[in-house]
Design a protein around this ligand. Structure first.
Ligand code: XMP
Length: 509
């Protein structure tokens, strides 16, 4: 068993951040909901209890049995976790009467404690709680305080059990990473040996073992996740991996042929299927955004099903699922309504009856990129902006025609290539163009025109949940607008979208 840390999730909004910080220390960790402990708890080297929106005093709050963990493994309890240990072990937790939210500074730190090594008085920590620990549990020894919170950190005598009221995983806790390092490496003795290279080695070995001589089908999208998943599988099973790359007619200009060539250059066994006409026919006359998404999803499944039947004896379906999707589906609150479903009126398509293999299911997006880089995947491919599955269909407002797709592809190509040429592409998280259902008057030469308007959108973001528009240089916007209007027939007006998310979204539909 590798050096592995278990994070027990009590439903805090910060639980994923704990995992990210631990992984930044090159230590592998897994999040499991408190009410569904993994069977191999004894294999984990250390355990972290997360925060929670609940009060320990409330009856419906998480109150798991920790008898297999506490005193048996190094344990770090964060926020709710710290209160939970106190509440059920002879301490006292009560509503706090002072403000305990936001930045605070440690006013006392117990000297000589490895837990606080290299962290001194004055260190900034981030608090977010409404209960406070009035009395420490039996055997509790105070290790730190802030101006408002007397028991900001404690340990239990004769155990490797530590508890903190603040959140080390939040960047505003300036020594948070040091504290996790002190606990995990110095106290718990976990080795920081989890790197992209070691991930590739262990994953390829596991995939070989699991899949043997079976065949795997995988749908490539041109994006980072499916590509990295394919390269890992290819390393493990070679030609037994059969990739399918579908052109839905809504990709960027030349993307289908360019990306297909790139995949072939990487040695992948890939079949390009041009189903543009089938998608465009099915979309004809549909202008409702959700209607378009449903049609595209349905046709994709049909095309993929047809193609996977052509591969004899495929036993597995490879997918580029990543950790945030997995966490969402096993969350404390149960699978949420946002999980993508593949319900089809006539029952499940045949390919969905295959066994599923998801080599990236334990990785965050930035880790997927690092793993891709360590396998030598082209940095340009790894740095590609996100692109929605329904493609240009949700950037053509209203109904879709082949002509509109062609116009938008030209506009988008000028914009995206311009960003690349001017060294702006990597400063932007996502960019694209939108074809508006608006015609406006213009003049070209001596003639009046009545043509289309396009909007350009470029945002910065970390995960797409929130986003802000990018302050692109005026000179760049000017040059791009001129190029679009001069070169793309049918467009006589260009606007730049200066809305943030929220309240706007990144896409217009
Ligand atoms: P919004 O528009 O919701 O977009 O702010 C957030 C991120 O999600 C992408 N997006 C989609 N991706 N299918 C996808 O695969 C969709 O239907 C879809 N809608 C939005 C969007 O491009 C952005 O990265």
């Amino acid at each position: 068993m590798q050096n592995n840390v278990l994070i027990l999730d009590f439903g805090s909004q910060y639980t994923q951040l704990i995992a990210r910080r631990v992984r930044e220390l090159n230590i592998y960790c897994e999040i499991h909901p408190y009410n569904n402990l993994p069977e191999n708890v004894s294999d984990f080297k250390a355990v972290i209890l997360s925060g929670s929106p609940f009060s320990v005093r409330s009856e419906d709050a998480p109150h798991p049995d920790l008898s297999e963990i506490r005193g048996k493994k190094p344990l770090l309890a964060v926020c709710y976790g710290a209160q939970y240990l106190a509440h059920f072990s002879g301490g006292e937790v009560a509503p706090s009467n002072t403000r305990e939210y936001g930045r605070a500074n440690l006013s006392f730190v117990q000297e000589g404690e490895v837990f606080f090594e290299s962290i001194g008085k004055g260190s900034q920590v981030w608090m977010s709680h409404s209960d406070t620990i009035k009395k420490l549990p039996t055997g509790g020894v105070r290790l730190a305080s802030t101006g408002d919170v007397e028991n900001a950190a404690y340990k239990i005598e004769n155990e490797d059990t530590y508890a903190i009221q603040f959140h080390p995983e939040v960047y505003h806790s300036t020594d948070g990473k040091q504290l996790l390092d002190n606990f995990l490496i110095k106290i718990a003795g976990v080795q920081p040996d989890w790197t992209p290279d070691s991930f590739v080695d262990t994953t390829v070995a596991e995939l070989k073992e699991k899949i043997g001589d079976d065949k795997v089908v995988l749908g490539l999208s041109g994006g980072v996740d499916s590509t990295v998943a394919a390269v890992l599988l290819h390393k493990a099973i070679g030609e037994n991996l059969h990739c399918i790359f579908v052109n839905n007619g809504l990709l960027r200009k030349n993307e289908f042929s360019d990306v297909l060539k790139q995949y072939e250059g990487m040695g992948l066994n890939v079949k390009g299927v041009d189903a543009s006409a089938r998608f465009l026919d099915a979309l004809a006359g549909e202008s409702d955004p959700e209607g378009k998404r449903k049609i595209i999803g349905k046709i994709f499944i049909e095309v993929f099903d047809d193609e996977s039947h052509k591969i004899d004896d495929a036993k597995w379906l490879g997918q580029g699922t990543i950790y945030p999707d997995v966490i969402e589906s096993i969350s404390v609150n149960g699978p949420s309504a946002t999980i993508k479903s593949h319900h089809n009126v006539g029952g499940l398509p045949d390919f969905m009856k295959l066994k599923v293999v998801e080599p990236l299911r334990m990785l965050f997006k930035d880790e997927v990129r690092r793993v891709g880089a360590s396998m030598g995947i082209d940095p340009e491919l790894l740095g590609r902006h996100p692109f929605p599955g329904p493609g240009l269909a949700i950037r053509i407002l209203g109904d879709i025609t082949a002509d509109k797709v062609a116009i938008l592809q030209e506009v988008d190509a000028i914009f995206i290539n311009g960003l690349k040429e001017d060294g702006l592409y990597d400063k932007v998280w996502q960019a694209g163009a939108i074809l508006l259902p608006v015609q406006s008057v213009g003049v070209m030469g001596d003639e009046r025109t009545y043509e289309n308007c396009v909007a350009l959108r470029a945002v910065e973001s970390t995960d797409g949940m929130t986003a802000d528009w990018v302050n692109l240089p005026y000179e760049f916007l000017q040059k791009t607008s001129n190029a679009i209007i001069n070169r793309v027939k049918g467009v006589n007006r260009v606007v730049y979208d200066i809305s943030s998310k929220p309240p706007a979204t990144i896409e217009w539909e």
